[in-house]
Design a protein around this ligand. Structure first.
Ligand SMILES: Cc1cc2nc3c(=O)[nH]c(=O)nc-3n(C[C@H](O)[C@H](O)[C@H](O)COP(=O)(O)OP(=O)(O)OC[C@H]3O[C@@H](n4cnc5c(N)ncnc54)[C@H](O)[C@@H]3O)c2cc1C
Ligand SMILES: Cc1cc2nc3c(=O)[nH]c(=O)nc-3n(C[C@H](O)[C@H](O)[C@H](O)COP(=O)(O)O)c2cc1C
Ligand SMILES: *[C@@H]1O[C@H](CO)[C@@H](O)[C@H](O)[C@H]1NC(C)=O
Ligand SMILES: *[C@@H]1O[C@H](CO)[C@@H](O)[C@H](O)[C@H]1NC(C)=O
Ligand SMILES: *[C@@H]1O[C@H](CO)[C@@H](O)[C@H](O)[C@H]1NC(C)=O
Ligand SMILES: *[C@@H]1O[C@H](CO)[C@@H](O)[C@H](O)[C@H]1NC(C)=O
Length: 547
């Protein structure tokens, strides 16, 4: 690995991507409910609709526009939330967003008349649905296969949008399958089925599909456009002036399967001053976590830049959904602005046109409002000013005006900023050699931008900083290391560490495994950090049949 240095970065990254896609074909096929999904299921807020509950809850709340999503890393979910918000603000529709894992398929049969459904579905693995949509997908397919001449879903009218990536053999397969099955069952699609290509401009694809969908739907349902009015989906209640300065610990990241795990070793693999690639070892001791050779380690990053709420960060708040059909509340019931921003929102993510447009009404002055609307509506301008510079939401807003955007309701940020997602890493150690000490091999993301600044990947730069704290020889070559505040000082058992180094993480099991017999020859294709799982395989073969 130390000699990878001369390889041109771009070629390297392309190979890297190809290898992930390649690996993903093997590894993302697992339909079981992942640890990732359990992490998102906060038992206090899950709406597990029974048949009657769901229909009843739609009736009593008067919801007429229901958006279902199948999402793994949040893109489809974000689109669903945006569509819901637009439906209510622009057309006065009463909207609901439903996670498909909370939806009992039987409800489709007695789907109330007068309610319109939209399906927004991503595709994974070899054309499979996301973890949260597996049960729904299977049921719809079974229903369609066993359907005779009856049309059980003839009361259902729907629209649909599929998310995928053309680089995959089974592009857009989930949406394609569902769309076909629903029609066999008698449901009627309104407008064109949309598709978004993740390799191209998925947001632009979505925006243009959505416009034609609204236009078709307006005719179908005789909708009237109304003045856009923001209606919060969350209430944010500031609690009595307790100054809670204690950052949350792992309990804040609400999951049974996520543990804080200690980094025991981390060192640099490249001899370059420009790029970093880390070998990081962890200790699972005492966590009850287990892995097998070929699994992934999912690490939660910590988002450390802050969105203009400097004076209020430590105020305790309670966040509640305004009604039952609002997006699931993912935040602990007693938290702080600081904790929500750092641990729950992906505030460093690329800024989207929709986000800029929804913040525009809250601009501090007319000029910045006009600028925000102009940029949000122009694909080209948006790309040059924001996307090509890797701007996140804070940088984008700051570039429009030096004034603070103090009028933006916090609930709007909760609704519109994507939720923080874990980063996956192929485990690069063999279970047989290091059963409790998995390692990863990770390239530190750092890209120079057009405006002279640089984009730094969130999680990998955090790991780089932690590596520098561990010290030791050649801890890091990076000349512009980002500094991170230490989140929590724990026991200082390791005398060689200046700070105790922990990250919240869990193991995601995969199907990427060595053949059962060690005699079976294998060819391994894994350019870039695609080599990571093969390092583990080689370790393991070496034990089984030392050369
Ligand atoms: C199954 C799987 C296995 C993987 N295994 C490995 C592995 O073994 N080793 C490894 O090094 N990586 C691996 N990865 C990739 C890894 O999960 C992370 O994506 C990677 O480390 C970057 O994380 P980050 O938080 O540092 O970067 P992020 O901050 O998440 O940025 C990642 C990318 O997102 C885009 N982006 C983010 N913010 C912006 C913005 N504001 N504007 C524009 N673009 C933006 C950029 O393209 C950027 O390069 C794997 C991924 C998957 C899905
Ligand atoms: C590991 C992996 C496997 C994927 N497999 C497919 C696929 O088979 N077909 C496809 O069209 N898209 C595939 N994609 C692309 C995703 O569908 C696309 O990125 C989508 O925007 C993800 O939506 P989400 O964030 O809501 O989960 C894959 C993406 C990843 C990361
Ligand atoms: C869905 O509802 C039906 C009918 O009430 C019930 O028999 C079935 O068990 C439910 N399925 C799930 C997964 O809850
Ligand atoms: C994607 O799915 C939609 C919805 O069924 C379909 O209309 C479209 O043809 C599909 N695209 C491809 C490339 O298969
Ligand atoms: C909370 O902190 C702020 C800023 O440090 C300070 O001005 C305020 O007086 C504190 N309030 C209480 C109740 O301690
Ligand atoms: C600390 O470093 C010294 C010298 O490198 C080494 O001998 C010792 O084993 C290390 N201690 C721990 C706890 O890792």
């Amino acid at each position: 690995m130390a000699n990878l240095d001369p390889i041109d970065t771009i070629v390297y990254l392309i190979l890297l991507t190809v290898s992930f896609i390649y690996l993903a074909k093997f590894t993302f096929a697992t339909p079981e409910k992942s640890a990732y999904e359990s992490l998102r299921d906060d038992p206090t807020s899950t709406i597990n609709y029974g048949v009657n509950d769901f229909v009843e809850s739609l009736r009593t709340s008067g919801k007429t526009f229901v958006i279902f999503y199948g999402s793994q890393t949040g893109t489809a979910e974000g689109f669903a939330n945006a569509l819901s918000k637009e439906g209510s603000q622009r057309f006065g529709l009463k909207t609901a967003v439903v996670d498909l894992s909370d939806f009992n398929i039987s409800c489709l049969r007695n789907f109330p008349e007068g309610i319109f459904a939209t399906f927004i579905m991503a595709t994974y693995g070899e054309g499979e649905p996301t973890d949260n949509a597996v049960a729904f997908y299977q049921s719809v397919m079974e229903m369609a296969e066993s359907a005779s001449d009856e049309k059980p879903l003839d009361a259902l009218r729907y629209a649909c949008f599929g998310l995928g990536n053309r680089a995959y053999e089974h592009y857009n397969a989930t949406m394609y399958g569902i769309d076909a099955a629903l029609q066999i069952l008698g449901a009627r699609r309104i407008g064109e089925a949309g598709e978004g290509d993740d390799a191209g401009s998925i947001e632009d694809d979505f925006l243009s599909w959505k416009e034609s969908m609204w236009s078709d739907l307006s005719k179908e349902l005789s909708l009237q456009e109304t003045e856009m009015m923001y209606q919060p989906l969350f209430s944010v209640e500031e609690l009595a002036s307790s100054n809670n300065t204690e950052p949350p610990d792992e309990g804040a990241i609400n999951a049974q399967s996520t543990n804080l795990i200690r980094i025991t070793k981390s060192h640099e693999l490249f001899n370059s001053h420009h790029r970093n690639c880390l070998h990081v070892e962890f200790d699972l001791g005492g966590t009850g976590m287990n892995y097998e050779t070929g699994d992934h380690l999912a690490i939660w990053p910590i988002d450390l830049s802050v969105f203009g709420l400097k004076d209020k960060l430590s105020i305790s708040i309670n966040i509640n959904a305004v009604d039952q059909t609002a997006p699931k509340v993912q935040f602990p019931c007693h938290t702080t602005y600081d904790a929500v921003i750092r641990f729950y929102l992906e505030i460093c993510a690329p800024v989207s046109r929709q986000l800029i447009l929804s913040l525009a009404p809250f601009a501090p002055d007319e000029d910045s409002k006009a600028a925000a609307i102009g940029l949000g509506n122009s694909r080209q301008l948006f790309h040059t000013r924001f996307t090509s510079n890797y701007y996140n939401i804070a940088q984008a807003l700051q570039s429009l005006t030096p004034l603070p955007w103090a009028n933006v309701p916090f609930s709007l940020l909760l609704e519109s900023i994507p939720r923080l997602q874990p980063r996956y890493y192929s485990i690069s150690s063999s279970y047989f050699l290091q059963p409790k000490q998995p390692s990863i091999t990770c390239v530190v993301e750092s890209v120079s931008c057009g405006d002279g600044g640089s984009f730094k990947g969130l999680n990998t730069n955090h790991l780089l900083w932690l590596t520098s704290k561990i010290g030791g020889p050649a801890s890091t070559n990076n000349n512009d290391l980002l500094e991170y505040p230490i989140t929590k000082v724990r026991n200082n058992a390791d005398s060689n560490c200046t700070v105790p180094i922990y990250v919240p993480a869990y193991i995601r099991h995969s199907k990427f495994r060595l053949p059962k017999t060690s005699k079976q020859p294998i060819i391994m294709v894994g350019p870039g950090t695609g080599v990571a799982p093969f390092r583990a395989f080689i370790q393991e073969r070496d034990v089984a049949a030392p050369i």
